[in-house]
Design a protein around this ligand. Structure first.
Ligand code: LHQ
Length: 266
């Protein structure tokens, strides 16, 4: 790979925007350039009204191997003090926060190994569709670190505290079949069908009422720090907004006219 190739490929297909990590020689390890490009791309996708579904995937045989350890090691050859927390706050945390709050569906199309912060990246997406040969590794412990980039938030919520502890303590590789069984991924497909299955799901999601999906995401996120009374009230407030959208009118009209709805995302 030459330096002229972008480290992040941005592909548009109708209302679906795919962000493809493109450092295949390192299984898409995250260096500063790639992190910056990813941060910008997620922010752009959030702003762009023509984008109604975002897909995150990797080029080559890996999804993402996490922080580029060569870049970290390079810093350890000098006496320069290194603050990993600063690096997380500057580069990772804004990306993870935005993926969790962007009011559009985000799919991780996991084409290969997702390790360390690469696993966190997959977990930060709303839905995970995985190739049969893909795997998930909470690899942080293998390099003497605690999980970051949102893994300690998403992992117990997806698979329960006990399993989250085990995977984070051991850093063992979880194959796609086990990931499906424990609820780490939504769907596992044969490797050669990952692109087509992702496209099918992404096209479907991009054609749904995007505002309602955004509000759904907001409500489910809020439920994690809520109680039932507060949540019921929050749902009512969000439904006031949803009830004023064009897509709500269209959905009701289409139902009564016995035709498929044409949602515009407005
Ligand atoms: C890599 C990497 C990699 C560089 C494979 N970096 N080159 C930490 C610090 C700071 C702040 C932010 O947060 C974090 C959180 C983290 O993400 S810590 C965890 C970082 N990731 C890992 O510890 C995973 C390291 N990689 C592996 O354990 C293996 O490569 C896996 C299990 C992912 C894949 O194994 P294999 O399929 O056997 O492939 P491989 O090991 O042969 O890797 C292929 C190439 O990719 C190889 O380069 P080479 O020149 O020998 O072909 C690796 O050196 C390179 N690579 N991960 N993170």
């Amino acid at each position: 790979m030459t330096d002229t190739q972008p480290k992040l490929l941005i592909e548009n297909d109708g209302a679906v925007r795919t962000l493809r990590l493109n450092r295949p020689e390192s299984l898409n390890a995250l260096d500063n350039d790639l992190l910056k490009a990813l941060g910008r791309a997620v922010a752009d996708a959030e702003k762009d009204k023509t984008v109604r579904c975002v897909v995150v995937t990797g080029a080559g045989r890996g999804f993402c191997s996490g922080q580029d350890l060569a870049a970290v090691a390079a810093r350890y050859t000098t006496n320069e003090p290194i603050d990993l927390g600063l690096h997380l706050r500057e580069h990772y945390n804004p990306i993870i926060t935005r993926l969790r709050t962007i009011e559009k569906p985000v799919i991780a199309s996991v084409n290969g190994v997702a390790a360390g912060a690469g696993c966190s990246l997959a977990l930060a997406c709303d839905i995970r569709i995985s190739a049969e040969s893909a795997s998930f590794i909470e690899a942080f412990v293998n390099v003497g670190l605690a999980p970051d980039a949102g893994s300690t938030f998403m992992l117990p919520r997806l698979i329960g505290v006990s399993r989250a502890m085990e995977l984070a303590f051991t850093g063992r590789k979880v194959a796609a079949a086990e990931a499906l069984q424990i609820g780490l991924v939504n769907q596992v497909v044969p490797d050669d069908q990952l692109a087509a299955s992702t496209k099918k799901l992404a096209d479907k999601l991009a054609g749904l009422p995007t505002r309602a999906i955004g509000l759904t995401k907001r409500a489910i996120n809020a439920s994690w720090r809520s109680d039932i009374e507060t949540q019921l009230d929050y749902e009512a407030m969000l439904q006031t907004t949803a009830g004023q959208t064009h897509d709500h009118r269209e959905g009701v009209t289409a139902f009564l006219e016995k035709r498929p709805p044409k949602f515009t995302g407005e």
